[in-house]
Design a protein around this ligand. Structure first.
Ligand code: SF4
Length: 363
């Protein structure tokens, strides 16, 4: 039986040092390996001249630098969004999205293949749960996006002519959102390990405040995140301000009801002294009425919070429609009346099925 190689991207820097030391090589080489991969984007052991050949040989035999291959790719016509379908080792497919809006480069990554949460309007929820991703599979998505950005940088002739030094990579990919396929807090250990690797100052060095984790309301995960010293941003997908309406859109609300969710959110804000983002998918005639806007205003009043209003991305198995711009603005004005900051997100990448799970479903 062929034993699959371990992924480099599963290792923290300390673990890599320990591994290299256990092979009787200096930890200095571990630091070099880390830098070659995460700072220079090198993807082959043979392309690391400062690493001893004997160590490269051992790595070649035991540790994989491979990234999941792209099996489908779609670019939005507005040029802002690129979506990739990546094939995992067991044949499962996950989605990773590169977004370039208003000078911000963001990777939207998946935490699971499929999802067990079953939100009725979500293509990933409609496909069901397959498995958790490993930390390496989560980090590898970011490295895939990093590779895309490096390649577009190399391919841009005008950038080459004006550049006097290598591009500063962290000025390129600065934001990560865990809003792709899956519920990140349902895969807590792997996600947090990936977050720690991505935050490593000698590696990807993504600032904690530039990493946003979106949950549908997994209360034990919110409480655990509140208790741990990992200052990433938290977004809670709310979608409804009453228990009955929320449970109809988000079935896990039956397990973790709205009242208990709000208690967990208040606990998080108190413990972390950081605001929570609340995501609200606007569905025409369903949760975009003035009554709903007042209900959410009352629910969140006084909490350190921001509401992100996102018109629905239509999916094949849900017949809801997105809220129009005027109604979204009126909803927002009501929230403002309650002192709640909010944004209305533009729907981007509709032509490439940018909502999570839509490209995977189409394939
Ligand atoms: S919206 Fe998120 S939590 Fe809900 S089913 Fe889709 S991927 Fe899962």
């Amino acid at each position: 039986m062929v034993v699959p190689l371990r992924s480099f991207h599963d290792f923290t820097r300390d673990e890599l040092s320990a591994l290299v030391a256990s092979w009787n090589f200096s930890p200095v080489h571990a630091a070099r390996l880390w830098s070659y991969v995460y700072n220079d984007g090198v993807r082959r052991w043979a392309d690391m001249p400062e690493v001893p050949a004997r160590l490269c040989g051992r790595l070649e035999a035991e540790i994989s630098l491979a990234l999941p291959p792209v099996t489908a790719e779609a670019h939005s016509t507005d040029g802002f969004t690129r979506k990739y379908l990546l094939a995992l080792g067991d044949g499962r497919r996950i989605e990773t999205v590169l977004m370039r809006f208003t000078g911000r480069v963001t990777a939207c990554i998946s935490s699971q293949a499929g999802c067990a949460m079953g939100c009725v309007f979500c293509a990933t929820g409609q496909m069901g749960f397959a498995r958790h991703l490993t930390p390496g599979e989560i980090v590898a998505q970011v490295m895939h996006i990093d590779g895309v950005l490096r390649k577009s940088d190399r391919d841009a002739p005008q950038a080459k002519s004006v550049r006097t030094s290598p591009p500063a990579r962290h000025e390129r990919l600065r934001n990560i959102v865990l809003m792709g396929m899956g519920e990140p807090l349902h895969n807590y250990e792997a996600v947090m390990r990936a977050v720690d690797i991505l935050r490593d100052q000698n590696g990807p060095a993504i600032g904690a405040k530039h990493i946003t984790l979106s949950t549908v309301g997994v209360i034990p995960g919110i409480v655990r995140l509140a208790d741990e010293a990992r200052p990433i941003q938290l977004a809670v997908s709310l979608h409804a301000a009453t228990q009955a309406e929320r449970a109809a859109l988000v079935p896990v609300a039956q397990r973790w009801p709205l009242d208990a969710l709000m208690d967990a959110c208040r606990y998080y804000v108190g413990k972390q002294q950081r605001r929570i983002f609340f995501e609200w998918t606007l569905i025409a005639g369903r949760n975009d009425t003035t009554e709903q806007a007042h209900a959410v205003g009352r629910l969140l009043r006084g909490l350190q919070a921001q509401v992100n209003l996102i018109p629905l991305n239509p999916t094949r198995n849900y017949d809801g429609a997105p809220t129009d711009h005027g109604t979204a603005r009126r909803f927002q004005e009501i929230l403002t009346g309650y002192g709640l900051p909010s944004t209305v997100r533009q729907r981007r990448g509709i032509d490439i099925a940018a909502g999570c799970g839509q490209l995977a479903t189409a394939r």
